[in-house]
Ligand binder design. Structure first.
Ligand code: GMT
Length: 382
């Protein structure tokens, strides 16, 4: 017997960032598999194509009342969630981040009559545990949101252990790794390399929102220490402002070696042209950027921190170095720039690993299975 399609509400931060990318890809893949998907957020997530059948977007309007010193998003979000649940009969609200999305979902559930109450699945991406979970002003609210969810998922085994340790959550937590579905590039590899002015140089790529924990300054300092720096260029696909790093680029004499492209929609164009990825994060629950590069056979040099060792197997699908060790970053990048054979071997292994463990085919059924399991049991109490 075929199981009926599910109706799923998804709430995420819609702007540039791994969690929004993951939530958008999940929504698109669910809709392609015949489920009905409703995104509920203040903005349409930027990675969602306009024309996916079965996928809908419900904007949350936030009014800035003079009465409030700080505009409130949680309450209008909860009202919109309840409205969509009542109108469309959602089975599940899948929220990415406990704060404030799971909190709003709990409120929406409490506002609805029992027959219209959805199950709540909360996915943690990091900050709820690593930053807010340590803040006494947030911790009890996060713990409550997690204990009252019908299921909790995290994006790495590392985040699973950290969430148990920091938040002392007792409910089961499922580890469901990130996945990535590359879109076909819109330009040829040669066209992209021409645009970047690359001749025989190796292209090193870094993609992130450039938050301080990404330690972009370590990447730049490592670039300056590489013996092969004249044989390569660093291309930064920036989901944040690169201007604060310009003085360091000048100070290190890297003006001709570092290129920046901001808020790029077609990252695939650049990833197909890249030879190695470069990541110096001091914290990372998964690091979607590494996976995005891996999908194009592009191996990375990255820091051995958080969930990154679950993405890259050291020496097999990339190179791992200690956090803050700039010489090791430079040496790792030198090895890959100078040895195309090693790049090919690590890149090929990484691409196979991504396909096997972190593809839509491997991951989406795990979410669907989880949704069906929570729908089959009584709701968690408020
Ligand atoms: O890393 C960021 O600054 C963005 C953040 C987000 O909200 O997108 O990323 C987190 O979620 C991603 C998707 O699950 C993970 O790949 C990132 O590792 C995680 N960031 C951190 O843990 C710092």
């Amino acid at each position: 017997m075929t199981e009926r399609p599910l109706k799923i509400g998804i709430t995420c931060y819609p702007s540039v960032g791994g969690s929004g990318i993951l939530a958008s890809a999940l929504g698109v893949e669910l809709a392609r598999r015949g489920h009905e998907v409703h995104f509920i957020s203040y903005e349409r997530p930027f990675r969602i194509p306009a024309d996916v059948a079965g996928l809908f977007f419900h904007p949350v309007v936030v009014n800035d009342y003079a009465l409030f010193k700080y505009p409130d998003y949680t309450l209008p979000l909860s009202v919109k969630m309840a409205e969509v649940c009542a109108l469309r009969g959602l089975d599940v609200l899948h929220v990415h981040y406990a704060v404030p999305h799971a909190t709003a979902a709990l409120l929406a559930r409490a506002m609805l009559p029992p027959a219209q109450r959805p199950r709540i699945v909360t996915t943690l991406h990091g900050t709820d545990t690593t930053l807010l979970g340590r803040d006494a002003g947030y911790r009890p609210a996060i713990r409550h949101a997690l204990e009252a969810s019908d299921a909790i998922t995290v994006v790495s085994a590392w985040l699973h252990d950290e969430t148990r340790r920091v938040l002392a959550v007792e409910r089961p937590i499922d580890v469901i790794h990130n996945f990535f579905v590359p879109r076909p590039p819109s330009r040829s590899r040669d066209a992209v390399r021409d645009e970047l002015g690359l001749r025989d140089e190796a292209m090193i790529v870094h993609l992130s929102n450039l938050r301080p924990l990404k330690r972009v300054e370590h990447l730049l300092e490592a670039m300056a220490r590489m013996r092969s720096r004249q044989q390569c260029k660093l291309v930064v696909l920036a989901g944040g402002d690169f201007e604060p790093f310009r003085p360091l680029v000048r100070q290190l004499g890297l003006e001709s070696r570092v290129l920046v492209r901001e808020n790029v929609f077609g990252i695939e164009d650049y990833l197909q042209a890249a030879d190695l990825g470069f990541f110096a994060s001091e914290a990372e629950s998964f690091c979607l950027g590494i996976l995005e590069a891996m999908c194009f056979g592009c191996p990375s040099v990255a820091t051995q921190v958080g969930g990154i060792p679950e993405v890259i197997e050291e020496g097999k699908s990339g190179l791992l170095v200690p956090v803050g060790d700039i010489d090791a970053l430079a040496a790792g990048a030198d090895r890959l720039v100078e040895d195309p054979g090693l790049r090919l071997a690590l890149g090929g292994a990484g691409r196979r690993r991504a396909e096997e463990l972190f593809s839509a085919a491997a991951i989406v059924p795990r979410y669907v299975d989880l949704y069906r399991r929570v729908c089959a049991r009584p709701p968690a109490c408020d």
